[in-house]
Design a protein around this ligand. Structure first.
Ligand code: S3P
Length: 170
């Protein structure tokens, strides 16, 4: 079983996958971390030194490698993973349970306000600009996120509640 958690930056993909991993006793991996290890560099440095196009290429290669492996796992994606290189099609694979963690624009803005620094796409935005950026970006990305087999709304729910909801789906 391959469980894929996707959704916008800051929605809690990585921390929820760790919690879920403990409950479901399935190992978890984080695609950003896999990329950082493979490139021996941070996401910020990869964007700065090699550019986003290079990052998206490596992201696609490593995502495909995991999806095509025989292992069981929970994999948390980067916020942009489903939106490039036809990665969204892989969310529909037969042995994949893909779950879109959906949050409102207001919730995401709040979550990301103090977490901009390590995220190259939003690091230079002011607090005022952030909300409008997220609104537009989420609108563009929605099409790709909708390719997930399931959607779990996270607004107003504790991590424990969200994990419980996910456990019912898998
Ligand atoms: C990105 C999200 C980031 C990371 C990179 C690009 C995006 O992951 O992959 O900065 O395009 O939304 P998180 O969603 O874990 O922040």
């Amino acid at each position: 079983m391959k469980i894929i958690l996707l959704g916008y930056m800051g929605v809690g993909k990585t921390s929820l996958s760790k919690k879920l991993s403990k409950k479901a006793e399935i190992p978890c991996f984080d695609l950003d971390e896999i990329i950082e290890k493979s490139e021996n560099s941070s996401i910020s440095s990869i964007f700065k030194d090699r550019g986003e196009v290079y990052f998206r290429k490596i992201e696609h290669q490593l995502f495909k490698k995991y999806i095509e492996s025989d292992q069981n796992f929970i994999l948390s994606l980067g916020g942009g993973t489903p939106c490039y290189a036809n990665n969204h099609v892989l969310l529909q694979n037969e042995d994949v349970i893909s779950i879109y963690l959906k949050a409102s624009i207001g919730n995401l803005t709040e979550r990301l306000l103090n977490k901009r620094e390590k995220r190259p796409l939003i690091k230079d935005l002011s607090a005022d600009e952030l909300q409008e950026y997220i609104a537009k970006h989420l609108f563009d990305r929605n099409y790709y996120y909708q390719n997930a087999k399931f959607t779990v709304v996270v607004d107003g729910k504790s991590k424990k509640e969200i994990v419980k909801e996910i456990l019912k789906l898998i």
